[in-house]
Design a protein around this ligand. Sequence first.
Ligand code: ATP
Ligand code: MG
Length: 418
Amino acid sequence: MSFQAPKGTFDWMPPRSERVLAVRDALAAPARRAGYGYIETPAFEDTGLFSRGVGESTDIVTKEMYTFEDKGGRSITLRPEGTASVMRAVIEHGLPGGPLPVKLWYSGSYYRYERAQKGRYRHFSQVGAEAIGTEDPAVDAELITLAVDGYASLGLSGVRLLLNSLGCAECRPAYRAALQDFLRGLDLDEQTRQRIEINPLRVLDDKRPQVQAQLTGAPLVTDHLCGACKAYHEEVRTLLTAAGVKYTDDPRLVRGLDYYTRTTFEFLHDGLGAQSAVGGGGRYDGLSEMIGGPPLPSVGWALGVDRTVLAMEAEGLFDAEPATVDVFAVPLGEEAKRVAFGLVVELRRAGLSADMAFGGRGVKGAMKAADRSGARFALILGDRDLAAGAVQLKDLTTAEQTAVPLAEVADTLKGKLS
Ligand code: ATP
Ligand code: MG
């Protein structure tokens, strides 16, 4: 009996998996430099947190959650997204009583029962950042800029930013009603008709061409914003422009989650086919209260790690695979192997990355392993050299070889590698 990864999931394997680590680090780095602290929450929560926090009418809650009863009879859900958990933790730990905004970043696995295809998986990875408890357009602009800088630091040139405002509790109801009036007049299936009544904004997000074609004349949220929302949005745009961030206003941009208000944005990459969103986020001023917390106007984003790797691959940004180690030791014989083992340990403790041939292969196999490791240097340990207290240091790019005293190997390598 053999097993495969469950449908809709896959394994990131070396050396390609290095790309995941590189992307995760790069996307988080700007937020860390901006004072965002690291938060780690459980991979599962009470189901109610997501059904209330993400929204009963969303695809996530109606179709995509991995929900089960645990052995204690609790309804548990594997997290489909990060924001609700972060908000739950902030409230639980009483952070709203301290300095605001609470700025946090995170990274981890998320689970959605999706129709699996390229760029859309049932298990995927995100880096997220949230600024909780402050209503200030500068915070929205900060977060957007951090994401832009993260993509840029990876060398990506094809990421586009779409920007919109979804209004607030003051102006959204009138817009919602106007949109409902318009949508009720369209030729739509029963399920979409129901959505008009529960969450009409989501209909704008319907990806089906026959639906999109009918939406051409739909009322736009931007024409219905109240004065405060207009001024807020204008300030976000001014700050972004001042920071050199390019964006496109997209009055039809809505997001799949119920909790968004005001600033809403999405990052797209055109090299990914249908799954073009590499990240997205926005303001969610009502979320805290929806899950039983105090009023905490907040803004955040989540960036898809898997899709960002795919976007970089589409731009050809990873041509050479990274070397796994700097140095690879090849012992020729039993005693040499003991010396090699000690030497490799010493090199690692000195901060070098080092590996050695295992498994008692012949010299040829061991040299092949050294080549395959991608190491720049091989250390060849033969009896004659060892008797003289030395090893052969071979530069695998030039094939140049010199004897180096055992005691000087670490320093010599450090010099050559710096
Ligand atoms: P989409 O419109 O593609 O379904 P979304 O609006 O559901 O995306 P978010 O919940 O905002 O996505 O998640 C933020 C980012 O996480 C997305 O922009 C995307 O890069 C990534 N992401 C979301 N769902 C998946 C998935 N099933 N597989 C891989 N990446 C995903
Ligand atoms: Mg989705």
